[in-house]
Write a protein that binds this ligand. Structure first.
Ligand code: BV8
Length: 234
């Protein structure tokens, strides 16, 4: 086998017990804020100050959070099997990286399909750079082209998620696909299980409750990520 043997898709449920809110649960972010108002290129064009404030607050929360037992267990699995376990995360926090650095996992085995808070993106020239700790404002400028069109490097609704070719290649040849802490509501990630299954992979869901795509998985285990993920890994 040339690619990863296991592909793991993670979502907000993995970071929930680190204190970062989920999106679609009762009290989740998208029940308080309309995603059309903050997580689309149109919203940024209409009201960049509001969108940047929304993301500055979430970036600050994510910086203050710590990786939990689920992140650490996945990082240990990756460190034990270099190159064999690819994590594709929908999360824009850096908790997988931080756990991975402690465990000695290879950062190349992690893909942020929806981008990351740790980077800024110039909406003018597409240059990316580490976003640092300072809040982004409409006066922040791009270090490459000088334009004041700085935004967080996250994938908004209607934009193309990152590194799709690599992900589909991995899904097409992995032996096991595992989905953890995601509702299966957002495409294309929600379609990964069908893709992996069609290519012959075994499929496992680890989630607090059955997700929208639960019936696509051969096996589902329900409970808190900090309990069921270490139990699966160990
Ligand atoms: C695209 C990033 C083309 C920034 C996010 C109809 C109309 C309009 C559009 C569409 C449509 N149908 C499909 C679309 C496309 C659209 C889409 O899917 N919309 C949905 C809403 C219908 N998708 C796109 O626009 C995407 N781009 O399609 O491009 C394309 C097509 C084909 C191939 C390639 C390209 C871009 C989507 C990017 C969206 N970006 N955010 C930010 O964070 O602000 S989305 C947002 O949802 C999150 O960021 C996250 O990334 C994503 C997924 O959410 P989850 O992680 O699953 O979180 P959720 O709250 O939903 O679920 C949490 C789960 O955890 C729950 O099941 C819960 O039970 C569980 N849980 C809770 N606590 C725990 C737990 N589990 C375990 N332990 C716990 N303690």
């Amino acid at each position: 086998m040339t690619g990863p043997e296991i592909v793991i898709l993670t979502g907000a449920g993995v970071s929930a017990e680190s204190g970062l809110g989920t999106f679609r649960d009762l009290g989740g972010l998208w029940t308080k804020v309309r995603l059309e108002d903050v997580a689309t290129p149109e919203a940024f064009a209409r009201d960049p100050d509001m969108v940047l404030d929304f993301y500055n607050a979430r970036r600050a929360n994510a910086r203050a959070a710590e990786a939990n037992a689920a992140h650490h267990a996945l990082a240990r699995l990756q460190a034990a099997r270099p190159g064999e376990v690819l994590i594709v995360t929908q999360n824009v926090d850096d908790l997988h990286e931080r756990a991975g650095a402690l465990a000695g996992a290879d950062p190349a085995d992690l893909i942020h399909i929806h981008g990351e808070f740790a980077k800024a993106l110039c909406a003018g020239c597409d240059h990316r750079w580490p976003s640092g700790d300072a809040p982004m404002t409409t006066a922040s400028t791009c270090p490459a082209c000088g334009a004041a069109r700085v935004r967080p490097d996250v994938v908004w609704f209607g934009e193309m998620p990152y590194r799709m070719e690599e992900i589909y290649a991995a899904l097409g040849q992995c032996a096991l696909f595992v989905s953890i802490g995601t509702s299966g509501a957002v495409y294309p990630a929600a379609g990964f299980v069908a893709e992996a299954r069609a290519a012959g992979a075994d499929t496992l869901e680890l989630n607090l409750e059955p997700s929208e795509g639960a019936s696509y998985f051969r096996e589902s285990r329900h409970g808190k990520a900090t309990e069921i993920v270490p139990a699966w890994v160990e």
